[in-house]
Ligand binder design. Structure first.
Ligand code: NAG
Ligand code: NAG
Ligand code: NAG
Ligand code: NAG
Length: 376
């Protein structure tokens, strides 16, 4: 009998240990603790799916996804998320939240002001001095989280945001668990509790380019996108929701059938996408499907949240990322699962207020796959 070299044979030879997920921990950088002045290690966790050759890296600064390496149809590995090689890149004030966990409130709060039970709160207006965005100047993306390897396939990060941080009421305990499964799903589970009523809705800001992080807009336009959504929340010229929920039908934002992103972007007259799409909030049904036909890479997104922000990187300014790759406008896309933006000012949007007797829970699943070129 002639033994042919096949993945199955490799699996048999290498034994059961290869059909597993492992976690490796190392040092990504150092940071001076602002209170104690002691030096804290920024830890990096590498989750590897040995069977499907996928590797996800997460650091505890900002509970940030720094790298996602997956094979293409030709078995060539590439990193498909934007990021930086060093901590300085993530700490830079102009880092556009690359890969980070966003909180307390993802997206914009108009004027940075809101009312909870008759009390008015003013939070930092860090969006052009007009609105609050992504939790303030020092949001959850700019703090060191407490990491814990809970299982052989999961890393959990916790953070306590004290009462009054960035102007928000209540001490909030937040937990984010990243799990890589054998079938190549990166599952992100968030939960949070508070001791005073406060707005909460968290997300992750990974920027994907399935052709590889250095491929830029040249390849972004070759992605094909399908969003399982019939409607979106309309925004004004400052990207603030008007409160209107519009059907996608007849608009450039209709992605109910697969569409080449280049064509879709052209239909928006190159204003691009930065829109919140309404979902049914069922974690077992697909929310988004993105394919890069040349490499064969596929990204499927699932969530229990009522919305997903589809962003095509229109505001990306030229910056150098990993391995001196130049990231530029329309060089990547984000699919941020979330409650609707500026929900605090729109009674018709699902509430984002969390009470002390409740637990905020949110699941987002990013599933990495390949298109099936040949049917068996
Ligand atoms: C925000 O400020 C503008 C200008 O002061 C005002 O017209 C608008 O009503 C404010 N919006 C909210 C939601 O407070
Ligand atoms: C929140 O997440 C942590 C870590 O996964 C878990 O221990 C805890 O039970 C969760 N709480 C709830 C209410 O789900
Ligand atoms: C969610 O979707 C699954 C699969 O389509 C379906 O079986 C289930 O009934 C749905 N759940 C709800 C609450 O609609
Ligand atoms: C629309 C929605 O689900 N809003 C939720 C925001 O978070 C709080 C706490 O989990 C929930 O009670 C709200 O229902």
């Amino acid at each position: 009998m002639i033994l042919r070299w096949s993945p199955l044979l490799l699996l048999l030879l290498c034994g059961r240990s290869q059909a597993s997920i492992t976690i490796f921990e190392d040092t990504f950088g150092h940071i001076v603790n602002p209170e104690t002045k002691s030096i804290d290690i920024v830890r990096r966790f590498t989750l590897t799916n040995h069977l499907l050759r996928t590797q996800v890296q997460i650091i505890n600064y900002g509970a940030t996804i720094t790298s996602v390496v997956t094979p293409d149809c030709y078995n060539k590995l590439d990193d498909i998320v934007l990021g930086f090689d060093y901590l300085e890149g993530y700490r830079h004030p102009e880092n556009p939240y690359i890969g980070a966990t966003i909180g307390r409130v993802a997206n914009r709060i108009q004027n940075g002001s809101f009312t909870v039970d008759g009390v008015e709160y003013q939070v930092e207006k860090n969006d052009r001095g007009l609105n609050a965005i992504h939790g303030g100047v020092k949001g959850f993306d700019k703090v060191l989280w407490n990491p814990l390897v809970t299982k052989s396939d999961s890393v959990t990060m916790t953070y306590t945001s004290v009462d009054g941080e960035s102007g928000f009421p209540g001490t909030v305990h937040v937990t984010v668990t990243f799990t890589l499964t054998l079938d190549n799903r990166l599952i992100i589970k968030y939960n949070a509790t508070t001791d005073k009523k406060t707005p909460i809705n968290l997300t992750n800001h990974a920027y994907f380019n399935l052709a590889g992080h250095r491929s830029g807009s040249r390849e972004l336009v070759n992605h094909v996108v399908k969003l399982f959504s019939e409607s979106y929340t309309e925004v004004d010229s400052l990207s603030l929701p008007t409160g209107e929920i519009r059907p996608v039908n007849g608009t450039p934002y209709d992605l109910r059938l697969p569409k080449y992103l280049g064509f879709a972007l052209q239909e928006t007259q190159w204003k691009g996408f930065d829109h919140n799409y309404l979902l049914d909030g069922n974690v077992s049904t697909m929310a988004a499907w993105v394919v890069h036909p040349k490499s064969g890479r596929v990204l499927n997104v699932y969530t229990d949240q009522p919305g997903v922000q589809f962003y095509t990187g229109g505001n990306l300014k030229p910056i150098y990322g990993k391995q001196y790759a130049l990231y530029d406008q329309f060089g990547a896309f984000c699919l941020e699962t979330q409650k609707y933006p500026d929900a605090l000012h729109h009674d018709n949007f699902p509430s984002i207020l969390l009470s002390p007797d409740e637990t905020y829970e949110h699941t987002a699943i990013y599933e990495f796959g390949l298109i099936q070129l040949w049917k068996k």
